[in-house]
Design a protein around this ligand. Structure first.
Ligand code: OFO
Length: 175
């Protein structure tokens, strides 16, 4: 049985994960608009990962007998000045999400909620990967600088990314 405080905090995180999906979809649309389909693909895959993160919270709330409360999702930005600015925004966003996950762990510990603490450890580890993959895109773009050839090559590489539901830790897909 989840405490009201824990249940509210998990519902807030469900909303934050849905916002992440919305933000990354907006970034995908930005990349499509500047003819970088590989970057757009990378963001679309990232969006699917965020949906799996959201659904894991959803399922955990349901399995715990708590109510799922879907709240309004804020509108994300729609414009950025460069691919590097987007990548830096992704990294900053993931760092913020890491802080939110750590806060949830703090609440679970304070509430002596061992089951939720154990559930959250998946996210603690996932955030290490999330930050590392965003950081690697930032570093690649910094190395490339303004080279159109370099951007083209990186775009092709980003286009190879595919969504893997098993790696994302979801049992039944994103729906
Ligand atoms: Fe859900 O990890 Fe990114 O935001």
């Amino acid at each position: 049985m989840l405490s009201d405080r824990m249940s509210t905090a998990l519902n807030d995180q469900l909303n934050a994960e849905l916002y992440s999906a919305y933000l990354y979809l907006s970034m995908a649309a930005y990349f499509a608009s500047i003819n970088l389909p590989g970057f757009a693909n990378w963001m679309r895959v990232q969006r699917l990962e965020e949906l799996t993160h959201a659904m894991k919270f959803y399922d955990y709330l349901v399995e715990s007998g708590a109510r799922v409360e879907l709240k309004q999702i804020d509108a994300p930005p729609t414009e950025w000045s460069s691919p590097l600015e987007v990548a830096e925004a992704v990294l900053a966003h993931e760092r913020k999400v890491t802080g939110l996950i750590h806060k949830l762990v703090d609440i679970a510990i304070e509430e002596r909620d061992h089951a939720t603490n154990a559930f959250l450890q998946w996210y603690v580890n996932e955030q290490v990967e999330e930050e590392a993959s965003a950081d690697s895109v930032v570093q690649s773009l910094k190395r490339i600088g303004d080279s159109p050839g370099g951007i083209f090559m990186l775009d092709r590489e980003m286009g190879q990314r595919v969504f893997n539901p098993m790696v994302s830790g979801i049992h039944g897909g994103v729906g």
